[in-house]
Design a protein around this ligand. Sequence first.
Ligand SMILES: [Zn+2]
Length: 287
Amino acid sequence: MLQKIAIVGGTHGNEMSGIQLVSNWIRHGIPGAFSDLDIDCLFANTAAMDANVRFLEEDLNRQFTPQKLSASPTCLEARLAQQLNETLGPKGKSDFDLVIDIHNTTSSMGATLIILEADEFHVQLARYVKHHMPEANVLVEDEKQPQEHPYLCTLGKRGLMIEVGAQPQGLLRADVYSLTEKMAEVILAFVQLYNQQAVPALPSCDAFRFIENIQYPLDTEGHRLAMIHPQLQDRDFAELDQGMPIFQHFDGSTEVWHGDTVYPHFINEAAYHKLHVAFATAVKTQL
Ligand SMILES: [Zn+2]
């Protein structure tokens, strides 16, 4: 039974689709179909929202490891994380049964549901979302224990992220907003069915399991040598086979993929630019 649910926008202050959806639901109420659920809507980083930036000092969505939450805070977002841990947590002992954290990306990832474990609840949820939104992607980030992740959504007993793109930072696109709203509503509809023990049996579905982040090639002084190859750009969750181009080097040469077949995502994500992360890889799996 999932009794207390939190829906969070503005964990990144320039991700407008989640901010707008949460703002609308705060002002006008949650859609009536979900009035039986106990839902708190809130903004995570209002200072970053006011400044229309992702964060002011450090990425808030990397502050929620058990270590950081128990250390003395070194920046605004670390302090904020500890406050949120009081509101939505404490992590590991939260009253919130589910925290849904809404993000958007500059990558062409469509509507992506990010889950941190593949237990029965999340498998049923993934199947339900794919059934009602065949266009959606399911990304499983279970390379570590859910509680070891630094994400805000791990404050709840269960945590999910909605990640929709492509949308530039700091502005709102209607297509991205609609996908965000639809995915949030499908998740809430699933929670109702789960609480009534009425989740329909659904066939297994495709999903992607995170492997690793791939860095841009750099020279010995840290200068970038290449950009995303045009044949990879915007091809999130498409198959990338050995020999296919990944980087267009500034000297005119093309760098190709040498590994096993993977499914890139977060391709050319603006927020990862400074970290030199070019894209993330996943394998295809079934849930
Ligand atoms: Zn985000």
